[in-house]
Design a protein around this ligand. Sequence first.
Ligand code: 13P
Ligand code: ZN
Length: 270
Amino acid sequence: MKNILEAPFMVEMIRTTTNMYNHGWDERNGGNISLLLDETVVQEYLNTDAVIRTIPTGFKAPELEGKYFIVTGTGKYFKNVQYAPDVNLGVIRITDGGETAELLWGFTDGGKFTSEFPAHMMSHVARLKVDPANRVVMHCHPANLLAMTFVHSLDEREFTRTLWQMCTECIVVFPDGVNVLPWMLCGTNEIGEATAEKMKTARLVVWSLHGIYGAGKDLDETFGLIETAEKAAEIYMKIAHLPRVNTLTDEMMHQLEERFNVKGREGYLD
Ligand code: 13P
Ligand code: ZN
C-alpha cells in the first residue's frame, strides 16, 4: 500500500487549500472542497473494505452510489490543512443511495465532512450530467465577488455581463457566465438543491452575501475559474464608483468568441 500523504490527489488538495487561504478566500473555517476520486486510485493507498465509521448525509443521491471523494471537514481551517491533513480532510465512499458516507481515511479527531456536503454532492450529480469529466466542487468567500453582491444587480445576465466586461479573457474562461442565488440559509439541503439546479447551466454559482461555488475537471482549473471571476469583481469594485471612459463592447466580445472558439451564453451578448 502506498503512502496516502504522497498521493497526487492529497498533495493537490493540500496545495489548493493553502493557496486559497493565502488568497484570503477562506478565513477561519470558510470554504470547502470535494474532489471525486477513481476507485482504482484510492485502492493504491487504502484498503477500501476497512470502513472506519459511517456518517449519515441527510439526503439522497443515487447517482453517486459507490463513488469516492476527498472532502474538507466541517469547522476546519484551510490554513491548517497542510499541517494536519488527516484531521482536516477525509476520504469517503457514498453508499445507501447517497444517504450514508463511509469514512475510509481522515477526520481523525472524530470530525465529519463540510456542512455544505449537500451542495457539493448535489452539484457533482448536476455537473457530471453536463460534463462526465467534472471532478471538483469548490466553495469559498472571495471578498470582491462577495462585495459585488451588495452593490450590483443580482440578475444573472447583468452580473455576468459586468464580469465579462472587466477583463478581456473572462468570456473565454467562463463563457457560460455566472449564475446567482439570492441569500439562502447555508448548510441546508434546500441551498444544495438550488445550487445544483444552477450548476446545470454554469460552472460558477454565486451565493449572494456569502461566496461562490465553482466546478471543474481538476483543482487547478476550478481554482483558476474562481480566480478569474474574483479578479473581474475586484476590478469592478475599483471602478464602479468612477465615471467609465472606456469599456469592452459586445462587438469586442464577439471577436473574442471567434478568436478563442467559445460561445458566450445564449442571449447574453447583443
Ligand atoms: P464548513 O466549515 O462546514 O465547511 O463551512 C464553511 C462554509 O463556508 C459554510 O458555507
Ligand atoms: Zn461558505
